[in-house]
Design a protein around this ligand. Sequence first.
Ligand SMILES: Nc1nc2c(ncn2[C@@H]2O[C@H](COP(=O)(O)OP(=O)(O)OP(=O)(O)O)[C@@H](O)[C@H]2O)c(=O)[nH]1
Ligand SMILES: [Mg+2]
Length: 310
Amino acid sequence: MTGLEHKSAPDAPGHRLPRIALMGEFSAGKSTLANLMIGAEYLPVQVVATQLPPVWITRGDAAPVLVGLDGSETPCDLSRPQDIPLEDTAYIRVCRDEEILKHCDIIDLPGISDPNMAADVWERMLPLADGVVWCSPATQAWRQSEAAVWEAVSSDKYAHSILLLTRGDMLVRDRDRERVLRRVRSETRDLFAETLMVSLVLARDCGDDEEMWEQSGAEPFVTRFLDIVETLKEVVASRGETDSGTVLPVASPEEDRVLPDNAPAKRVPGPVADGTVMPRRPVARGRRGAGTPRPLAEDEDEQSFAPKFS
Ligand SMILES: Nc1nc2c(ncn2[C@@H]2O[C@H](COP(=O)(O)OP(=O)(O)OP(=O)(O)O)[C@@H](O)[C@H]2O)c(=O)[nH]1
Ligand SMILES: [Mg+2]
C-alpha cells in the first residue's frame, strides 16, 4: 500500500465529501463532462486519448499540483498535458471554487482501455471513489470491454453509479436513441442505479437556450447525480469518515487489481430491487446552461444546489 494524503476541502469540517469517479473508454466524454460540472473549459478535451493521469477535482482555489505516488507535490501546468509525467504520479489535484464541489469531489480518470496507458494508473484510484459516472458513447454503447471492467469493480459502487450514454446527438432519430437505451438498460439492469443518454456538446454549448438544454438530456442526469451524492453523504457520515488530515490508502496494483487474470463476473441485486437507494430530490435553482448563475432570491434556500452545468 502507498499512503497518500489528500487535502480535499481544507476548510470543510466534519465528514469528507463523497467522491465520484468519471470512468469509461478513452474519448468517451469524461473530461467534457467534468468541465461541464465545474463550469469551465479547464481540463484538456481531445479527439485522441489525452494521456493525463487521474485528475482529482476538489473545492478551493489552490493551483494544480501533481501528487506523486510517494505523496510529493509539485506544481503542474494543465495547459501542457504532454509535459505531465504518468510515471510515479498518483493524480493531479485541481481546486475550483464551484458549487458542485461543495457537495462532492470529482475524479476524472483516464480511459480504461487506452493502449498507451497502464491500467494501474486508474485502478489504484478506484477504491477511493464512492460512486462512478461511467461514460459510454451512444453510437457504440456498452461494449464487452466496458462490461468486463465494470463487472470486476467492487459491486458496492453499483447502487451509487450512473451509466451515461454520451454523444446522444450522433443518433439522429428518436427511434434509434430509444432502441440503444432499451438494449443497454436490459444489459446493465443490476449494474447501475440509472442509465441515461445525453449530448454533452449540446449541454456545453446551449448558453441560455432552455430548449437546447432540455434536448441535451442533461437535466435528468444532473437530478439523478445529485440524488446519488445526497445518498452518499449519508453513507459517508454513517461510516464516520473524515478526510482532514487523514491518509487515504491508494492500493497498489498488485493488491487491488480491478482486472485480475480470469476475474469472475460479479452480479449483485439491483439498487431499486433491494431498496438501498433512497434518493432525496434536491431543490433546483438558478439558470441552466452556460453563463454565470443568477444570485439567490431572498426566499431561496442557500443550501439548495443548482444543477449548474455552466
Ligand atoms: N458529438 C459529441 N461529441 C462529444 C460528446 N462528448 C464528448 N465529445 C467529444 O469527444 C471527444 C473526446 O472527449 P473527452 O471529454 O476528451 O473524452 P475523455 O473520455 O475525457 O477522453 P480521454 O481522457 O482521452 O480518455 C471531444 O472531441 C469531445 O468534444 C457528445 O456528447 N457529443
Ligand atoms: Mg479525459
